[in-house]
Design a protein around this ligand. Structure first.
Ligand code: CA
Length: 219
């Protein structure tokens, strides 16, 4: 198990990390908000432990940014006792648990273990839209193989059931933490997908909604 621990108080961090490691929990430590965000966007962690008061960027900002980009890693927020508002904000923005400082490291370990044991939300492995069947396990559409990104984009369009999905949403969800953000990627992938749909001879079509994004229709 590997966790990300974002904490600016060096002595506290060192003491906690020492005990986590003793309990066979590998830890990457980030000492400010910017570094924390950069690491939190990587798919490397079983749990993220996030202090709220941090230099450069607060724990709440990190949380809302990663959730906005589709990162589902469980998050435990830390903050000083009595900051009830922080607790509420954290849980509203998608934190999974909350621990008030000062805390016992044993308590933190128990919470981490509880989150890791919790079964992940079961995602459907097959989705359908009219005569179109997307198999997310095998990354195929009506038996034709897809790249990972093509499958993710189709999944978003199918989930939206005919509603428009914006380029920005697609970019954030499918490319996420990848360094270079460019909406042209989305256009390029849409053209790949359109070609594949055409070859399949399905009634499904990806429509461009000018200035807004894309939607999948199936007549
Ligand atoms: Ca702090």
């Amino acid at each position: 198990m590997r966790i990300l621990y974002v904490e600016d108080e060096k002595f506290l961090a060192e003491a906690v990390i020492h005990l986590l490691k003793k309990n066979k929990i590998a830890v990457d430590w980030a000492e400010d908000g910017e570094m924390g965000l950069e690491l939190a966007l990587k798919p490397n962690y079983d749990v993220i432990v996030l202090d709220i008061m941090l230099p450069k960027m607060s724990g709440l900002e990190i949380l809302s940014t990663i959730r906005g980009r589709g990162v589902k890693t469980p998050v435990i927020m830390l903050s000083a006792l009595n900051e009830v508002e922080d607790k509420i904000k954290g849980l509203e923005q998608g934190a999974d648990d909350y621990l008030a400082k000062p805390f016992k490291t044993a308590e933190l370990i128990a919470r981490i273990n509880a989150l890791v044991r919790r079964p992940p939300l079961v995602e459907k492995t097959e989705m359908a839209c009219g005569d179109l069947v997307l198999d997310l396990d095998n990354r195929t559409i009506n038996g034709e193989s897809l790249t990972d990104k093509e499958a993710e984009i189709l999944k978003m369009l199918m989930k939206a059931s005919g509603q428009t999905v914006s380029k920005t949403q697609i970019l954030a969800h499918v490319w996420g933490a990848e360094a270079e953000f460019d909406e042209n990627y989305v256009e390029v992938y849409m053209s790949y997908l359109r070609k594949k749909l055409k070859q399949l001879g399905t009634g499904a079509e990806i429509k461009t909604v000018r200035g807004l994004g894309y939607r999948l229709v199936n007549v």
